[in-house]
Design a protein around this ligand. Structure first.
Ligand code: AMP
Ligand code: MN
Ligand code: MN
Ligand code: MN
Length: 282
């Protein structure tokens, strides 16, 4: 049986990524990815273009999304995979998220003006969702920060001038929307929340109780020790395991094969839940 390579977490210009959907898919195919999910933040606007590009290139496409969620005052991300983008409740939820993001964007624009940093209204005019990344890029373009990372650190994180507390939907709601649209819910990049072991366990328990299906065990930037820890965490909570690069930028992209490590053998892959996937490919 041919080995399949997966990247189940990627972004395009419709959220805070740099590539148009068709180019993302073309790069995925060129990199040897067989199964690609598009998971833009809080929007599925790119999935039609990506799906048709994937059809033309003969790779398998999974329509997805990465939902912003507030859990105990903390922002966490839940990836939904295998979604029906026409599902009415999911569409409504995404429309609400789009509006929340515009509202937060307006508040950030006002905060920037109040801090004497200038008029950033233009960031609200993009077709895709409004993200802190777009504010960061504006700050860099205006010369207020040398790069995106420092724009975040100086202006866009808790306790800095343009930080606006976001109130996202809760965990059970996000998981319900995903499941209601026929998808499975994956807790994204669990290490990035910087939680203690006990608190991360609490989050994973809440996610599991809400009906979550999988943990993202392999993602860019993790070492073997961290991957092993996440694999154990998934097993302890009887969750499946996912693989995703969380690709945003044109370069470097390190999907499987080669760039992202494989799932440890004792993980149950999330794609085992999709019996149809492998068949379309070989
Ligand atoms: P938002 O969902 O609008 O709050 O924006 C969060 C996005 O900003 C994340 O998905 C990352 O892509 C990006 N991000 C978060 N923190 C940083 C940082 N320190 N430097 C660069 N990008 C960041
Ligand atoms: Mn992002
Ligand atoms: Mn994320
Ligand atoms: Mn992401």
């Amino acid at each position: 049986m041919t080995k399949l390579y997966y990247d189940l977490h990627t972004h395009t210009v419709w959220s805070d990524g740099e590539l148009e959907p068709a180019l993302l898919v073309a790069n995925a195919a060129a990199a040897g990815v067989h199964v690609l999910a598009l998971t833009d933040h809080d929007t599925m606007a790119g999935v039609d273009e990506a799906a048709s590009a994937a059809r033309n290139l003969g790779i398998q496409f999974i329509p997805g999304v990465e939902l912003s969620v507030t859990w105990q005052g903390l922002t966490v991300h839940v990836v939904g995979l295998g979604l029906d983008a026409d599902n009415a409740r999911l569409r409504e939820a995404l429309e609400d998220l789009r509006e929340r993001r515009i509202e937060r964007g307006r508040a950030m624009v006002a905060a920037l003006a109040a801090a004497g940093l200038g008029e950033a209204q233009s960031i609200l005019d993009r077709p895709g969702i409004v993200s802190r990344v777009h504010v960061a890029d504006w700050l860099v373009a205006q010369g207020h920060a040398p790069d995106r990372a420092r724009a975040f650190k100086r202006f866009l994180t808790r306790g800095t001038p343009a930080y606006v507390v976001a109130q996202w939907p809760d965990l059970p709601a996000a998981v319900d929307w995903i499941r209601g649209a026929g998808g499975c819910a994956v807790l994204a990049h669990p290490i990035r929340y910087r939680l203690s072991g006990g608190r991360l366990d609490q989050l994973v328990r809440a996610f599991t109780e809400a009906g979550g299906a999988a943990l993202e065990v392999v993602t860019a930037g993790l070492d073997a020790g961290e991957i092993g820890r996440l694999a154990r965490l998934a097993r302890r909570h009887a969750l499946h395991a996912s693989v995703g690069s969380d690709f945003h930028k044109a370069l470097p992209w390190r999907p499987q094969p080669g760039g992202l490590p494989e799932l440890p053998g004792d993980c149950q892959p999330v794609w085992d839940r999709w019996p149809g996937i492998a068949q379309g490919i070989k």
